[in-house]
Design a protein around this ligand. Structure first.
Ligand code: C2G
Length: 745
């Protein structure tokens, strides 16, 4: 007999399942049987099952026709299990190498249950571990946290006034999944004695799709005699970062969900003793849900169901709570529940108003920066939209550049006085043609977000922006995609884990999206799930590369920067790396290109124009390289820099798509391509065969390529031409004109 039976239901998302199995295969504890229960999957997983059948002691069962759900799968698992202990593992989650081993060690004591630890993540195991390892752990802080936890626990036991149920109270405290203030019953992360489960006939109620865990867990907790806690047995519960296309059960939107929550609580109550800590916690859970989550919906939701049917439904469930449950709630919450029990909707709404008002007050008090947002919602958004106002922003107001700059200048030159143009610029520097300049996230910015008719942005709008009817949003974006974006990215390591969800909402506010080539059009449709109007005229930011006076502009700029006329120039413009950052939007950059070597070998003929991405917070030290390296990282507009660059070196930045319009040589310094491709992003095109220049891996190779640039030009001539036809086909110097004529009719 195996020691552990792992019960693993599978419904969908093969790629998560694969990772789950891969991680399980790395477990140091091997003495388990794996019981996979299939809930009518639509993906073909035969290859996976076959592969792992030879690695694990594995049995696969399928739910009968007409039966579905994780509850049914787990019940089949329990029935079929032969191991001494049961462990539930969901196919989209994973365990760490030592999780099972650590639990089994504790099971030596022969207990009903060992509870481990549930950690939440949005990431795969490699990224999860990377984050855990890089988290600075302050030992004092950890001790303090542990103490706080113990206090909370003893508080919890006495607070429940069920001292005799101390064992159960401990178990509840450690096994409930405490996410965002609502504690949920979950079976995950614990090891159960099979004998204990079978003897007591604990089962999941198969009528429930979302809330069956409580039907298994509550009676089990009530019967628990002996349990132990193991701190270092981690179950990693994974949130899906694409809840739009691949929602986890907890992220699924379903009209039945609400009623099921109430039904499950009422059903579970029947299985429990009238008095006792488990019943107490079950009741408290539904009250907390009502007070902290549902009440907001009652006040704010557009859907009237929250004030009618749902209101009635939860009132019925809450009528059945034990009276002592309300003891430790705050006065306003008690009043809210009393109003609910009297079916007094207005009373509940006024309690919610008070609660939210107090919360908002403290938020403003703590952080005055939110004041402009309040002004945006409550004052500015009530003012009329002004038909002639256009708000422009590039790279979170870090500079005056990119396509919005060229669209703005076209408007300023061709329609003087017709529009009031406003630029968001953090350093507040002036812009030509007299546009008003406002700081991002200021009162004025909030004002213009609310009353402008038009928006021309090259990045996403602020999360708190809510487009008003009549406003027109032009999203220019900021590059032809080489690296995978948003919905095409499996892991989102750098941005907020809610990135995809937020993006999905934000892109619905875009009326127009600018595309520089057919490839971008196709890719944006998929990576942004964008269905709106596409402006396929090329990039306004590339217009300058076709202007008849571009050589004059270049000459002036060289003079302004003090670059001597007899030197040729090499632009080095790398991108940022998702995993190397200090804080939000602030990335590290370690220069891997040996500029000293370049100076040694190339300075007779060349100078280097160094340009880091706007996300990079590090200031590259160029001491000793004066006169050879010009750091143009703070220069507003890279398009102007292209004009004075004879060669462009980049890595995975989209700059080469634009630079190629000049038909000048491009080199790729891709020293970390394997990591970038496999771990960080992945690419849309094949870097080895489709980009218009060689991939170089060392500084020596870069120097060599520059010394032999004519030969490289010859070698890559054909590929360059194909590339140009494919990616530069729309650019002709008139993108701004076409876009203005179409949008501002
Ligand atoms: N850029 C720059 N200097 C750099 C790198 C980039 O000025 N050293 C500017 C270029 O205009 C470039 C744009 O920022 O086209 C976007 O930079 P990428 O390096 O391509 O990276 P990212 O900001 O992640 O955008 O579809 C494009 C993607 O969204 C990539």
């Amino acid at each position: 007999m195996r020691t552990i039976s792992i019960i693993l239901p599978f419904f969908k998302y093969k790629h998560y399942f694969k990772e789950c199995l891969q991680n399980l295969a790395q477990s140091t504890f091997k003495d388990f049987e794996l019981i996979v229960v299939l809930d009518h999957p639509t993906e073909d997983i035969d290859d996976l099952l076959e592969e792992y059948n030879s690695i694990f002691d594995m049995r696969v069962y399928t739910l009968p026709e007409g039966v579905t759900g994780v509850a049914a799968c787990r019940n089949v698992g329990i029935q079929q299990a032969k191991g001494a202990y049961l462990y539930f593992l969901d196919s989209d989650d994973y365990v760490l190498e030592d999780t099972l081993q650590n639990m089994i060690k504790a099971m030596d004591h022969d207990v009903d249950m060992v509870y481990g630890k549930l950690n939440h993540t949005w990431n795969n195991k490699a990224n999860y571990l990377h984050k855990v390892e890089n988290k600075e752990v302050d030992e004092e802080d950890q001790e303090e946290r542990e103490q706080r936890r113990l206090n909370k626990l003893s508080n919890f036991v006495s607070f429940a006034s069920y001292e005799k149920d101390e064992q159960q109270a401990h178990a509840i405290f450690y096994t409930m999944d405490n996410r965002r203030g609502i504690r949920t019953f979950t079976v995950l992360g614990n090891l159960y004695s099979r004998d204990f489960v079978v003897r007591n006939n604990f089962k999941f109620n198969e009528d429930f799709r979302y809330y069956s865990d409580m039907t298994f867990m509550c009676p089990l907790l009530e019967k628990l005699n002996t349990a132990l806690r193991v701190e270092n047995a981690i179950y990693v519960k994974r949130k899906h970062n694409d809840p739009i296309n691949e929602p986890a059960l907890s992220q699924e939107e379903n009209d039945n969900r609400f009623n099921e929550r109430c039904d499950a609580v009422e059903y579970t109550r029947i299985l429990l003793k009238e008095e006792g800590v488990v019943r107490f916690c079950l009741d408290r859970k539904i009250v907390s849900y009502f007070v902290s989550k549902m009440s907001k919906r009652i006040r704010r939701s557009q859907d009237d169901l929250w004030r009618t049917d749902y209101f009635e439904r939860i009132a019925k469930t809450i009528d059945g709570i034990r009276p002592e449950v309300m003891n430790r709630y705050k006065r306003n919450s008690k009043k809210m529940v009393a109003c609910l029990q009297n079916r007094d909707l207005k009373g509940v709404q006024s309690c919610v108003r008070r609660k939210l008002g107090i919360k908002k007050f403290f938020r403003v008090f703590k952080n005055k920066n939110v004041l402009f947002k309040l002004a945006y919602y409550h004052i500015y958004s009530k003012k009329p939209i002004q038909d002639n106002v256009i708000l422009f922003e590039t790279f979170m107001a870090k500079n005056y550049s990119d396509s919005p700059k060229y669209i703005y200048e076209y408007i300023a030159k061709n329609y003087p006085g017709k529009y009031k143009c406003v630029w968001a610029l953090n350093d507040g520097h002036e812009v030509p043609y007299g546009a008003e300049v406002v700081k991002r996230f200021s009162f004025k910015y909030a004002y213009y977000l609310a009353i402008s008719k038009y928006f021309v942005f090259n990045v996403r709008q602020p999360l708190w922006y809510r487009k008003r009817e009549g406003q027109v949003f032009v999203e220019t974006w900021h590059g032809t995609p080489l690296k995978r974006l948003v919905f095409d990215q499996e892991e989102v390591t750098s941005a907020s884990p809610k990135y995809k969800q937020q993006f999905y909402r934000q892109r619905q506010e875009w009326d127009y999206l600018v595309s520089a080539n057919p490839f971008s059009t196709k890719t944006f449709r998929s990576c942004f799930m964008y269905e709106g109007k596409m402006l396929e005229y090329g990039y306004p930011r590339n217009d300058i590369l076709y202007w008849p006076n571009k050589d004059e502009i270049a000459k002036d700029l060289r003079k302004k920067l003090g670059i001597s006329e007899d030197k040729k120039t090499i632009l080095y413009a790398p991108t940022w790396r998702d995993d190397e950052h200090y804080g939000k939007g602030e990335y590290k950059f370690t220069l891997a290109l040996d500029l000293k070597l370049m100076m040694e070998k190339l300075s007779d003929e060349y100078v280097v124009l160094l340009r880091t991405h706007h996300y990079i917070a590090d200031n590259i030290d160029t001491t000793g390289l004066e006169g050879f390296v010009y750091n143009l990282s703070k220069y507003d507009d890279i398009s102007e820099i292209y004009l004075i660059s004879d060669i462009c070196i980049t890595d995975y930045s989209s700059v080469f798509f634009d630079f190629a319009n000049l038909k000048r040589p491009v080199l790729f310094y891709t020293y970390d391509i394997e990591k970038y491709k496999n771990q960080l992003r992945g690419f849309y095109i094949d870097m080895n065969t489709e980009v218009p220049g060689p991939l170089l891996y060392t500084s020596e190779e870069v120097v060599d390529a520059i010394l032999n640039i004519d030969q490289i030009n010859e070698e890559y001539k054909e590929r360059y031409e194909e590339f140009y036809k494919r990616f530069c086909c729309y650019d002709d110097g008139n993108a701004s004109k076409h876009i203005v004529e179409e949008v501002f009719k």
